[in-house]
Design a protein around this ligand. Structure first.
Ligand SMILES: Nc1nc2c(ncn2[C@@H]2O[C@H](COP(=O)(O)OP(=O)(O)O)[C@@H](O)[C@H]2O)c(=O)[nH]1
Ligand SMILES: [Mg+2]
Length: 254
């Protein structure tokens, strides 16, 4: 799967690496960035979902990441920053060319392409390629002379169980969704002590108790042992982190 990402990088002039602004470091792939740079491709970093973090935190991450690559922050949900992103892509491409959106699952690649393409586009396969396209690859028009690859470069999630969960592994494929869910819950609780209760109508004292009570509250009972289905509660927490129902933030290194 990584090979697919590398192939899409070779096909375009500009790479937009989409990060989740809550965990930019964990959703960043230095390997992908190095590959792009080595192959003479420009990289633009996008911090997405900034509606989920304080603005000062977004600014700090932007300053930090800008030391390496041009960085823009956006919220596709709130339609914030997308014009600046379009202008940055245009500038990097000097007005025309192709761009690939890459990133871990769930960072918002599809949402960004959807916002950028607006209403102007049907995808076009007939566009002549400046960079050696094979036939049959679909492009999406996102500006008068700018096209995006229609299949986002999905970086396969790897790392420890928490990193895998944050990097968008399907929770159903995690060996055990409970440990990463517990870390997410604790971070959410530290940043916004009331958020879990208002979101789920369940008290938070500690993570295990919370998963238990969430499962009971929703009537999720494990068929085998008739106990509250903690796995299902944990998967729900991970999914809700990705869809933005619950949130926290991290800070860049000093
Ligand atoms: N709060 C918030 N959620 C977003 C934003 N962009 C995307 N999402 C959510 O993040 C999830 C993954 O988005 P998607 O575009 O499918 O990500 P992809 O897997 O990278 O293509 C979806 O639940 C989106 O609704 C955003 O700017 N703010
Ligand atoms: Mg997608």
């Amino acid at each position: 799967m990584l090979n697919k990402v590398l192939a899409s990088i070779r096909r375009v002039d500009v790479i937009v690496e989409v990060l989740d602004s809550r965990e930019p470091d964990l959703t960043r792939s230095k390997e992908i960035e190095r590959y792009a740079v080595k192959n003479g491709r420009q990289v633009i970093i996008v911090l997405n979902k900034i509606d989920l973090i304080p603005r000062e935190v977004a600014d700090r991450w932007k300053d930090y990441l800008s030391k390496e690559f041009p960085t823009v922050y956006v919220s596709t949900k709130m339609r914030q920053g997308t014009r600046l992103l379009r202008d940055s892509i245009k500038e990097a491409l000097k007005g025309e060319g192709n761009v690939a959106f890459v990133g871990y699952p769930k960072t918002g690649k599809s949402s960004i392409v959807n916002v950028l393409k607006g209403r102007k586009s049907a995808s076009v396969s007939s566009q002549p390629m400046s960079t050696g396209f094979t036939k049959g690859i679909q492009l999406i028009k996102i500006d008068s002379k700018i096209y995006a690859l229609d299949t986002p470069g999905i970086i396969p999630p790897h790392g420890n169980p928490f990193e895998k969960a944050i990097r968008g592994s399907n929770p159903d494929n995690l060996e055990n969704p409970i440990p990463p869910a517990l870390i997410i819950l604790e971070k959410v609780f530290q940043v916004s002590p009331a958020l879990l209760e208002t979101t789920y109508k369940v008290n938070y004292l500690n993570g295990m108790q919370f998963l238990q009570d969430l499962a009971k509250h929703r009537g999720w009972i494990n068929k085998e042992d008739k106990e509250p289905d903690l796995d299902l509660a944990a998967k729900t927490v991970i999914k809700d982190y990705h869809n933005g129902k619950i949130t926290y933030y991290t800070l860049p290194p000093e």
